[in-house]
Design a protein around this ligand. Structure first.
Ligand code: GLU
Length: 419
């Protein structure tokens, strides 16, 4: 890997937005630093009798606008700088859609697919105990991210509740429905991406139906996005996962692919086949000649090495940080529109907010109501960002940060500094 540091990416974008907004350096000095960074070690008794010590993190970037909010990532290559960047992106994501949260993120360096269910359960509970002093419904509320899911959230909620001596559903979101999880939460990020795709295609005068789309990543976000765009009659010509990708010019059979992937947690696309499918690499997927490209995997996928080869007209960032700042400049010079992550993938945290609201009020909303409210928030945020970007003739990422950074700085200024 190069010297790519995602936190530097965040700082440069924030700095640029704060300058355009005309803030003095002292107004935004504090938001350049996460409020808290915790590094923990997580010893686990493995099934083979050995003890393995995993490394974990929880970072709270900001609590200026509300409790810290953000997912827990289980991945082999995660590190503190990545968690810092991901936590800051959460701050600006919550601000751009205007929900009353700050930003946080956590991670454990591990490969969840290599752990047995018992090992994963133990690791999750030991990690929850290690970050226990930081989390809580009024302090910091974790949720699923890459490599984690509703079951893991249930174990976190159970551990936190046992340690407190009473049931605390609002400590995490993305829980199973029977524990107070929100209906619609599992599909929420993908649904939000779908609303965003429809909004941007509409602004660009491109029809939804038949439009060629490539999606990188078949995790929770990529797979639900593929499903919903397919249901909206878009032509999904390529999808990929860690094992590589599939390409079919006339459009892939997404329901069949999703069925195949869900049958076994070890199923990968490299073993999938249907008539007319060609197997491609992830790099080939990113540079395909499609109208729309949706990176829905990890950071740093479109960078200075491949930005000049991107052929899509439009990129909608379903992952966090998939396009680097250097790539952004190249894409913008080439006239490629990028809808930024903090806007496009905010659907997940918006429905996490709905879940938390339901938990602390002990009420439950219907799935229809959740989806309607999600659409309202996503549409409003999209139009806000579109309008400011058009008015100032700036890329949408800068427009989104103008809105988000202003909300965070103004909240911080209103609270004042403790002298
Ligand atoms: N991990 C998701 C994200 O990056 C969701 C976070 C949440 O719901 O708190 O936006």
């Amino acid at each position: 890997m190069s010297t790519y540091n995602p936190y530097d990416n965040v700082l440069r974008v924030v700095d640029q937005a704060a300058k355009i907004l005309g803030y003095a350096p002292e107004d935004y000095e504090a938001i350049k630093y996460p409020e808290r960074e915790l590094k923990v070690s997580v010893p686990v008794n493995m099934d083979d009798g050995t003890v393995k010590v995993f490394e974990g993190f929880r970072v709270q970037h900001s609590t200026s606008r509300g409790p810290a909010k953000g997912g827990i990532r289980y991945h082999t290559s995660v590190n503190m700088d990545e968690v810092k960047a991901l936590s800051a992106w959460m701050t600006f994501k919550c601000a751009v859609v205007n929900i009353p949260f700050g930003g946080g993120k956590g991670a454990v360096i591990c490969d969840p697919k290599q752990l047995s269910e018992r090992e994963l359960n133990t690791l999750t509970r030991r990690f929850t105990a290690a970050i226990f002093p930081l989390i809580g419904p009024e302090q910091d509320i974790p949720a699923p991210d890459v490599g984690t899911n509703a079951t893991i959230m249930a174990w976190m909620m159970d551990t936190f509740s046992i340690m407190n001596g009473h049931c605390v559903p609002g400590v995490v979101t993305g829980k199973p429905i029977e524990l107070g999880g929100a209906l619609g939460r599992q599909e929420a990020t993908g649904r939000g991406v779908m609303f965003t795709v429809k909004n941007i295609l509409n602004k660009m005068g491109i029809p939804v139906e038949g439009t060629a789309t490539a999606i990188q990543g078949m995790g929770n976000v990529g797979s639900i996005t593929a499903k919903l765009l397919y249901e909206n009659n878009m032509r999904i010509v390529a999808v990929s996962d860690v094992s590589g990708g599939l390409y079919k010019e006339s459009g892939l059979d997404i329901p069949n692919i999703l069925k195949y992937l869900s049958e076994d947690r070890h199923h990968l696309l490299e073993d999938y086949n249907e008539d007319g499918v060609t197997h491609i690499t992830n790099q080939e997927l990113l540079t395909l000649n499609t109208t729309l490209l949706i990176p829905a995997a990890l950071e740093n996928q479109i960078n200075e090495n491949n930005a000049a080869q991107i052929q899509a007209k439009l990129i909608v960032e379903a992952a966090n940080g998939p396009v680097t700042i250097e790539a952004d400049e190249i894409l913008s010079q080439r006239g490629i529109t990028v809808v930024p992550d903090i806007l496009a993938n905010a659907g997940g945290v918006v429905v996490s907010y709905f879940e938390w609201v339901q938990n602390i009020q002990s009420v439950s909303w219907t799935e229809n109501y959740v989806n309607e409210q999600l659409k309202e928030i996503m549409d409003k945020a999209f139009h806000g960002v579109w309008d400011i970007s058009e008015e100032k003739q700036l890329p949408m990422r800068t427009g989104a940060y103008l809105i988000a950074v202003k909300r965070v700085i103004d909240a911080k200024k209103a609270r004042g500094n403790w002298f």
